[in-house]
Design a protein around this ligand. Sequence first.
Ligand code: ATP
Ligand code: MG
Ligand code: MG
Ligand code: MG
Length: 469
Amino acid sequence: MTSTNDIRRSFLDYFAGAGHAEIPSAPLVPYNDPTLMFVNAGMVPFKNAFTGLETPPAPRATSSQKCVRAGGKHNDLDNVGYTARHHTFFEMLGNFSFGDYFKEQAILHAWTLLTKDWGISSDRLTATVYHTDDEAFDLWRKISGLPEERVIRIPTKDNFWAMGSDGPCGPCSEIFYDHGEHIFGGPPGSPDEDGDRFVEIWNLVFMQFEQAADEIVGELPKPSIDTGMGLERIAAVMQGVHDNYDTDTFKALIAASENLTGVKAAGEHKASHRVIADHLRSTSFLMADGVLPSNEGRGYVLRRIMRRAMRHAHLLGASEPLMHRLVPALVTEMGQAYPELVRGQALIQEVLQREETQFRRTLEKGLRLLDEATGTMGEGGELDGETAFKLYDTYGFPYDLTEDALRSRGIGVDRAGFDVAMARQKAAARAAWKGSGDAAAGEVWFDIAEREGATEFTGYASTNGEGRV
Ligand code: ATP
Ligand code: MG
Ligand code: MG
Ligand code: MG
């Protein structure tokens, strides 16, 4: 069996051998984009190189980039533990051409690496292209010899990439692996495409056009390439398993949490172990890159992920803080590739233990309140916004944790009601300041707090969808 660590190495070696400069992963907090919460794709550190603001590190580059998708446009938090292919933290393997090679070489490299070097059967592979991209369609047919029906034209945004409303954009081509008939799901573009049978493993982006205010205004003088392949997904393929959570790295982490809790990852407990293993990775890597839990911005996203894992630890019957005791297993699996984990280990463990000790003080009471409020509800029920807010405000339950806690029973949460309660509390806090006698100072403080908050909020609200708690 090829280990995940070996697959990462093999990818980077392949592209280094094809003249690409190997660039280490950038930290998860983007240095070049204040509107983005966390790096969520391999190309993010190279954004300015693609737009021409910065000189590219080399004409061709390759990397394995740490990514977090737990908020904003790419929010996979709710998928974790429940699909075979989503994580909050994952590694994106990529090769990049900055005005050097284009479509033909990109497709040729991808096809050669997958089918020749790695020996993946072409019978299992399907490619998609943007519906108008005849060039890519023809290249796929010529290079791969895939039959016509397995090069699928897709008319949606899934196959058209843009950096934002302005800047480079272009069609993309995705490669899917068919895990077999025994798994539910249909090929891309079909009604059952959301199933887990056909898993997207690699996305090739052909940066070809220039966009202004969402309109294509011309062709780029030097078309570029950006690709991204999920390491954990390709590891599943190469290790002959369907599910990312059955690959070597995740098996080791799940075994560690089984050992410490004495509960097997089966039946109703399976999702909990997966959530714990996934969230252990995202929280540890975020802290290794300098993010610490707090009540706003990036720190709050981190805290939300942590507390969510901690509820699952509680669900498994852990009577003591658990997360920090899993860190050594993570360091064993990933510390060699990411030395920042080793450097940060003591701090990560300390923060996790402190956070879990603190959260456990209110967790049980909060769960009791949740039970009282929903005890008689059946599937399709809805928790009122006031109680959800009380859970948030008094018991430290992030909104999404409450949602997650009710998920298995098919009960929803009144989001609008929660938002109203939240807004009311903010207004009350503002009024209290006004009444304190030092109105001017209070006003200034609130203005700053709201403005700062707002910077982050519009940031992830405008470019990445929602930025709510
Ligand atoms: P999906 O449609 O499966 O959610 P995506 O289209 O959102 O994937 P891209 O944005 O194209 O993914 O990212 C490039 C590659 O990164 C994907 O082809 C996939 O292999 C991997 N990837 C994306 N999201 C995740 C995730 N949450 N966990 C693990 N791997 C991921
Ligand atoms: Mg996605
Ligand atoms: Mg996709
Ligand atoms: Mg994609």
